[in-house]
Design a protein around this ligand. Sequence first.
Ligand code: ADP
Length: 265
Amino acid sequence: TRFEVTFSLVKTGEGTGVLACFQDITHVEQAGEIRREFVANVSHELKTPLTALLGFIETLRGPAKDDEGARERFLNIMAAEANRMNRLVGDLLSLSRVEEEARMRPRDPEDIGDILSTVIRNLQDVATTKGHELIFEKPERPVTLPADRDQLIQVFTNLIENGVKYGGEQGTVAVTIEEVEKDPTLRKPALRIAVKDTGPGIEDVHIPRLMERFYRIDSHRSREMGGTGLGLAIVKHIVARHRGRIKIESTLGQGSTFTVILPRN
Ligand code: ADP
């Protein structure tokens, strides 16, 4: 704990004294530290693809000027690097938008079955290409909750995409909805939406830090997969805005389950 102490001289009818004022500034210092670390991370993440781009530009201007084959190859790599920067900036904007809206609680009722069907439809092709099957049974009647539709689409897109990205060579990602009368932590009627993959699983040591910005278990693999390291941080903020919570369970060799628990009122 850090304190800031200020002293002042106080004169009263009984004489002169010193007034010491202790102010706990731990959280102020921590916030500063987190901000500095975030800026350093963002700079690093942007600098890596930029350096690569500049390198390729130089090569194309010089040694590879007349090499048709190399030009094609380099342009493809440059496009991939530029796309990476684009995704990162997109995720940074999403994150700051969600943070800005943190206090505004969503009110409009949305149908979670409909939201999940939309996400599954959008990701179907990507999943099939990567040898994964997406499993989801839409409930027959609407299951509603107060929500920001676009943001929940983003939450489940990130979670299902991760199930495919980190789910091994092939496998399944199953999404289920459970209605509960009273969630033990939220103490309210809630929806539990589970995204379960059949991947290699996550070691226990990583689980508490998984939702931190830029935390990755294997950064090389994450980058290769097009990850920005911000996906789960965005998920965390959106779920917090909905006053919900997230549970991560994983068994090595069997897979992981990310459960989003959202209050219904
Ligand atoms: P990224 O952009 O790297 O995918 P995320 O914030 O979405 O960033 O995820 C953070 C890290 O958590 C990933 O880099 C990956 O190591 C790990 N991770 C996320 N989802 C899963 C999963 N379903 N199975 C195994 N590891 C996962």
